[in-house]
Write a protein that binds this ligand. Structure first.
Ligand code: GTP
Ligand code: CA
Length: 453
């Protein structure tokens, strides 16, 4: 009752005086007419409060934006750049690294603004017959890098090209011609470049670099040697094994590396021709020769190609670029996908030359490898094939066997329906790859199928 009287009282005095409708719940007593004054001062107070709040928020936002922008500007001001071109057999990749020096060490972050990479196929080794052709590919990579490095920093940013197994497989004159063209492009790129910074690196350098990168990324570089992580890397034309071994390592496989005040005695070896693509081509060639020399109807089963795939007219097209042009296939193979037979054929290939082993034990061919100790990362093709089959870390090897059995035993037409987006040449690799991975890691290097490492 009181409320309504007060309201009607106010009403009678003057509409002007009407305060904004303040909804009060029943039992709330509206206070005396001074409320007329009060709502106004109250209103003023709330307006002032809102203004102060807005100004505070605006200042706060300005401060946050300023500090983000200035830290980003500082970061870009303090960023240095290095450019590396990885000349692999299956493709050439350029990596642009932005990094800062903190307490004397490079600190990389792989965020959008400070790391970028681009891969072009085919690799440098595909230009063996046409070295001049490589300039277009290298120029495109350099242009990509120049877009990522501030103009004023080009001269202070080094650019290096390191070619690996694909180039090692070429004759030296062809290698030199390709490097000559590559150096010419890099010399005029505007980056900091020296002639010797474009080269074909040795297999042991390739293995050591992979080991350093992995342990830098894992934070174990600089720590105890036996707590570092080994690397098994399955490239297109070569495979590398590098790790700290407590076994005595013959000098031809031994590399010592000092980092900070720790020195690491590494075993490292690059198995040339045992990269996945070259090994697959070698197996196909040996099956073809078997067929060509057989007295029967000359058809030999190929256990590493799923049944139903027509090899005769396709084999030439499906080899990796730098191999297909060799024109040495008159296919008389019959696709007869069978994982265990493919695995035994791959194993036989990995054991070729074992008779010439002069060490206490040889794992692949006549090459010494100590027993693998400590934990390992399996990279490149190990990763690509594992990802294709969707394998997790748990029971990785035994899961790979199951996946390989399924894939090799599947009919080609069904695989094409299951993987409609895959090109034949890419889909064809997974039967051999799964079998090759098992025959390399388990059958040859002795990694147990249930090895948790
Ligand atoms: N399945 C699959 N394989 C890939 C993919 N990308 C690259 N590869 C294969 O992975 C292997 C390559 O690893 P890379 O490091 O590119 O090998 P590479 O450096 O060209 O060869 P190397 O000169 O021996 O080091 C080659 O056999 C490629 O065919 C991919 O996306 N999927
Ligand atoms: Ca590689």
């Amino acid at each position: 009752m009181q409320q309504s009287n007060a309201r009607s009282r106010l009403k009678s005095k003057s509409d002007v005086m009407d305060p904004p409708e303040v909804q009060t719940s029943p039992g709330h007593h509206r206070s005396s007419p001074s409320t007329v004054a009060k709502p106004k001062s109250k209103r003023t107070k709330s307006i002032i409060f809102v203004i102060v709040a807005c100004v505070t928020i605006a200042l706060g936002l300005f401060f946050v934006c300023y500090s983000i922008l200035s830290s980003r500007r500082n970061r870009s001001v303090s960023l240095r750049y290095s450019v590396i071109i990885d000349g692999g057999s299956s493709g050439t990749r350029i990596h642009v690294f932005g990094y800062r020096i903190e307490s004397g060490k490079p600190v990389f972050d792989f965020g959008e603004e400070s790391y970028g990479s681009l891969k072009l196929s085919p690799g440098l080794s595909a230009y063996g017959d046409n070295p001049e052709g490589v300039s277009e590919s290298v120029t495109e990579l350099v242009e990509f890098a120049k877009k990522r490095v501030p103009k004023g920093k080009l001269k202070k940013s080094d650019i290096r090209l390191m070619a690996t197994a694909g180039m090692r497989l070429l004759q030296v004159p062809a290698q030199e011609q390709i490097l000559h063209v590559t150096r010419r492009v890099l010399r005029s790129s505007g980056f900091d470049f020296r002639e010797e910074w474009a080269s074909v690196i040795s297999g042991s350098d390739e293995g050591v670099y992979a080991w350093v990168v992995a342990n830098h990324a894992l934070g174990s570089l600089g720590g105890e040697p036996l707590k570092t992580t080994g690397i098994v890397e399955l490239g297109g034309a070569s495979a590398q094994v590098t790790f700290v071994s407590s076994e005595l390592v013959p000098s031809e496989f031994s590399r010592s590396l000092d980092y900070g005040n720790v020195s690491y005695n590494l075993y490292t070896h690059s198995f040339l021709d045992f990269g996945q693509d070259v090994a697959h081509e070698k197996l196909s060639e040996s099956l073809h020769n078997l067929a060509a020399n057989s007295t029967g109807e000359g058809i030999v089963p190929d256990p590493c190609t799923p049944k139903g795939y027509i090899l005769e007219t396709n084999l030439q097209k499906d080899l990796p670029g730098f191999l297909a042009d060799k024109g040495k296939f008159t296919a008389t193979l019959e696709a007869a996908g069978n994982f265990s037979e493919c695995r035994s054929a791959a194993f036989a290939m990995l054991q070729e030359g074992k008779g010439k082993c002069t060490y206490k034990h040889c794992s692949i061919g006549s090459i010494f490898t100590p027993n693998l100790q400590g934990s390992f990362l399996a990279t490149e093709n190990f990763f690509h094939t594992s990802k294709f089959f969707g394998l997790g870390e748990k029971d990785w090897l035994s899961e790979m066997i199951l996946a390989g059995n399924r894939f090799c035993g599947e009919d080609w037409s069904k695989l094409k329906l299951k993987y409609p987006t895959f090109k034949d040449e890419n889909l064809l690799r997974y039967c051999f790859s799964s079998a090759y991975i098992i025959s390399m890691l388990h059958d040859s290097l002795g990694v147990a199928l249930d090895d948790e490492r």
